[in-house]
Design a protein around this ligand. Sequence first.
Ligand SMILES: Cc1ncc(COP(=O)(O)O)c(C=O)c1O
Length: 401
Amino acid sequence: MIDVHKIRLDFPIYETHPNLVFFDSAASSLKVKHVIDKVDYYYQKLGVNVHRGAYDLAYEATTLYENARQNVARFIHANEEEIVFTRGTTSALNTIASAYIKQLKPGDEIITSELEHHSSIIPWMIVAKKTGAKLVYIPLTKEGRITVEGFRKVLSDRTKIVAITHVSNVMGYLTPIEEITKFAHEKNAIVILDAAQSAPHIKLDVRTLDVDFLAFSGHKMFGPSGVGVLYGKEKLLNQIEPFEYGGEMVDQVSKDFVSFKDAPLRFEAGTPVISGAIGLSAAIDYIESIGFEDIHQHTHEIHQYLLKELEEVEGITIYNKTADNPVIAFNIDDVHPHDIATMLDGSKVSVRAGHHCAQLVSQFLGVQSTLRASIHIYNSKEDCDIFIQSVIEARDFFRQF
Ligand SMILES: Cc1ncc(COP(=O)(O)O)c(C=O)c1O
């Protein structure tokens, strides 16, 4: 069971901001001391490049970097050859989209959904434009969920790609990805999973999910910003073209010939995100020291408490009462979400307001934007009470006008 007071000792931000009420973890989580220490160690004690130098410091940096890759692989049940360090989910998803430009032709179909974050859909919009392939949207349920039934309605022999979110960053709905992948593979389609929101909350197992590619970011799971992971099945990674070209990804070069290393290095051109990978590995260790079971139990309890309290506030619309991830999308009737978020900040309550880089979700809901409160292990019931009080004060303030 999680003791929030103890957990907060792991997050140095609470030393300088003891009254922080942080409900924006879906954007970026707070950072753990253990991660900061590991990143600090790299910069204080090493600071040199990897894979290149034949000296002790370079050897240790390379060992830490490659150990981080092994740790990520173990974390999601992949092989280390299947783990590419990227700048984040966005760059991982763009890498895959750009690789498949070569393989799509007019008439091919790319299945996606209105629940996608822009980074999971815009690359495919561009690919569709460039190749003549067509984007096809899974019909959502009234509530806004992706279902296997909905997916099967749009799956066809023309389907070549399924690019889909594991958990919506606004609605918090979990996609039934295992079944979707099974049906997609029957049509020989490639499945690309955006796991940016699931990785911080759910144990990922790429062998069970059986997706072909998967992406997530360090900064949403207590790790550093500027680092993410692209997982790909080894055979597929070695079949597709790299996104970037440069140092260390090359095997042989002559004046008119170049060949590339095998994955993962063929996708890590130039100096990689060394400190980021080391920090992400430390974040994984931290998550595992707590355990997904306890993380889920705590965040679910806080989520349900906050939801119940918010439901009792008059003048509020909640859009995702049955969310699987601990996130609440809501609005205060007739007040712009940005005004509310700014007022909440006055009470040290951090939430996100806007379209959350998922404008299709706002369009589905028929709103311009929403407020989003997202929860993680450092949130307490006291946070929820302060949040509710601040929401009521903000509502009453704007009602005067
Ligand atoms: C579902 C989802 N996908 C992709 C991203 C993009 O992640 P990043 O900005 O780390 O590349 C986010 C970030 O908000 C997200 O929530």
